[in-house]
Design a protein around this ligand. Structure first.
Ligand code: GLV
Length: 311
């Protein structure tokens, strides 16, 4: 029986090993960089592109599982060893965390929390105009696993929700748009724009001066996708001109964001350090073990990355 190689930051290795063994105690698990005999490695479960070049040394590798949702870092050169399929995670807890983070920021902006905090700091007792849920239109870029969950959560609260995706998608209660015309139509009506897209050559820089300029004046931006989705200078310019009233950002380019970057101290920016959600090994382990078994038996794999589409 072949072995499973785990490669991630050292502090995560034991937790992943225990989570996989809890699902299948018979797995033979090796922890990077102690892989033992190279021809025994059958599957690799990794987080980060830094392992890809080394994976070429395992002649019988038949599966790579990436421990996250986004795979933009894996499609860049050198990429996975030729012919070895790559699966990613579609994990309920990861999705739940992202949807919660979106909701946190939707409500922060919708309920004028930044303004109330400023009034509190100034000891000013003042009511702001009441917000109307049914009038706060939310546009979500990306209607996949995570975008779809965030869209349903917001719609459930009574916000009008639109979602934009590459291909047409049907989601009950969500106005689905697609294509270039659909994008502009959605932006023009998005009081809160949320980005949960995969990062691909088509979506890189999708949040830019042009697209931000299409939003209704004083809109809000929530980016939980990747830093590369946004032209960061264009966000700053839109915040400073008032075109954007606020931005909640979890992702940056580069990460970590350098200490001198203006986002850190910008009064209209609400940052988290790529911490909107996490992969919890115990939650993700069943689908990973399922794929390990499938690869071993030569059965079709689940959650495969489509390298042509880039996600
Ligand atoms: C984290 O950013 C992920 O893609 O899972």
């Amino acid at each position: 029986m072949g072995a499973v190689l785990l490669a991630t930051k050292p502090s995560g290795l034991a937790m992943w090993r225990d989570a996989l063994l809890a699902v299948d105690p018979a797995l033979e698990i090796r922890l990077w960089p102690d892989w033992g005999r190279e021809e025994e490695i059958e599957s690799a479960v990794i987080w980060g592109a830094q392992y890809l070049a080394e994976l070429r040394r395992f002649p019988d590798l038949r599966l790579i599982v990436s421990m996250g949702a986004g795979v933009d870092h894996l499609v860049l050169p050198p990429g996975p060893p030729p012919g070895v399929p790559v699966a990613r995670l579609k994990d309920g807890m990861l999705t739940q965390g992202m949807a919660e983070w979106v909701l946190l920021n939707v409500l922060r902006f919708h309920r004028q929390d930044p303004e109330y905090r400023a009034l509190q700091a100034a000891r000013v007792w003042e009511e702001l105009p009441p917000p109307e849920t049914a009038k706060r239109r939310i546009g979500i870029l990306g209607l996949g696993e995570i975008g779809g969950a965030a869209a349903r959560l917001c719609a459930h609260l009574g916000f009008p929700v639109m979602g934009w995706s590459r291909r047409p998608k049907d989601q009950p209660g969500i106005e689905a748009l697609h294509g270039a015309a659909g994008l502009d139509a959605m932006l023009a009506r998005s009081d809160i724009l949320v980005c949960l897209l995969p990062l691909t050559p088509e979506t890189r820089g999708i949040i830019n001066a042009r697209t931000l300029g299409l939003l209704p004046p004083g809109a809000f931006l929530i980016n939980g996708g990747r830093g590369g989705h946004a032209v960061q200078e264009d966000i700053l310019a839109a915040l400073d001109s008032g075109a954007l009233a606020g931005a909640a950002l979890d992702v940056f380019e580069p990460e970590p964001l350098p200490p001198e970057h203006p986002f850190w101290v910008h009064p209209k920016v609400f940052m988290t350090p790529h911490a909107a959600s996490f992969t919890i090994p115990s939650s993700a382990a069943p689908q990973v073990v399922e794929n390990i078994h499938r690869a071993r038996d030569g059965r079709p794999l689940i959650n495969l990355v489509d390298f042509a589409a880039g996600y």
